[in-house]
Design a protein around this ligand. Sequence first.
Ligand SMILES: Nc1ncnc2c1ncn2[C@@H]1O[C@H](COP(=O)(O)OP(=O)(O)OP(=O)(O)O)[C@@H](O)[C@H]1O
Ligand SMILES: [Mg+2]
Length: 241
Amino acid sequence: MLSKQDNEKMLSLMEENPDAREIIQKLQECHKVTLSKVSHELRNSLTLINSSMQFIQSSHPEVKDFPHWYSTMEDIKNLIILLQDLSAIGNASKLRLNTVDPYASVKAILESARSLIENNHIQLEADCEENLPCFQGDETKLREAIFNLIINACDAVQENGYIHIRLYKEGSYIIFKITDNGCGIDEASQELIFEPFVTTKKAGTGIGLPLAAEIVRAHGGILTLESEVGKGSIFTVKIPY
Ligand SMILES: Nc1ncnc2c1ncn2[C@@H]1O[C@H](COP(=O)(O)OP(=O)(O)OP(=O)(O)O)[C@@H](O)[C@H]1O
Ligand SMILES: [Mg+2]
């Protein structure tokens, strides 16, 4: 994985030398395509194994009692999800553009997140401005990015969990801000968690945030984080319109 210093070196090389810029951009593209192809192929094979196992289970229900049967099925399902996410990282910057109405989008996201929030007894407050300017973007991917942030906020809060969602306009940007009163993130981890596979969760894959950041970047936007341990976190998505 590239460190912050590596990234800075790479950016200055790209700025100084147009040939270096071209070759680095080609390498980055190749890397994404490879990641996406490999995960796609592996996922296809695993999906076949999964359906064969389901078929075996439906014709021989007694296999459910076999040692390790259930955990193997679960492992396969989790791997399929992981590969789906990995392939999504490779494809995050390929946008299917359409006209996005920020207010309608956020309303739909909140609707999808409702059961998650209610089941976890989290107090949700939403301040969303209506009639904000529409912009050209990939609504499905943006929803996925924002949904990942909401799931993370839900995971971070405990008793008296509180999540505040704001949607507004600032200059030529649409801002989506999600604040939680969860565990917070220490300074050393604040950069790390945007790298793939960094997770503190038992069942986490560590892909949600890097994927969200990649999707936001692909829209010419930026995803930033402010956080304090024990107080909570604020993730801000800024998308130009
Ligand atoms: N709102 C938050 N509050 C506290 N920690 C957070 C928050 N959002 C993310 N994190 C930390 O960043 C880590 C990485 O988040 P990320 O979404 O990339 O992966 P994940 O949630 O662990 O797994 P998944 O791939 O299922 O999303 C989390 O494991 C958690 O430690
Ligand atoms: Mg996550």
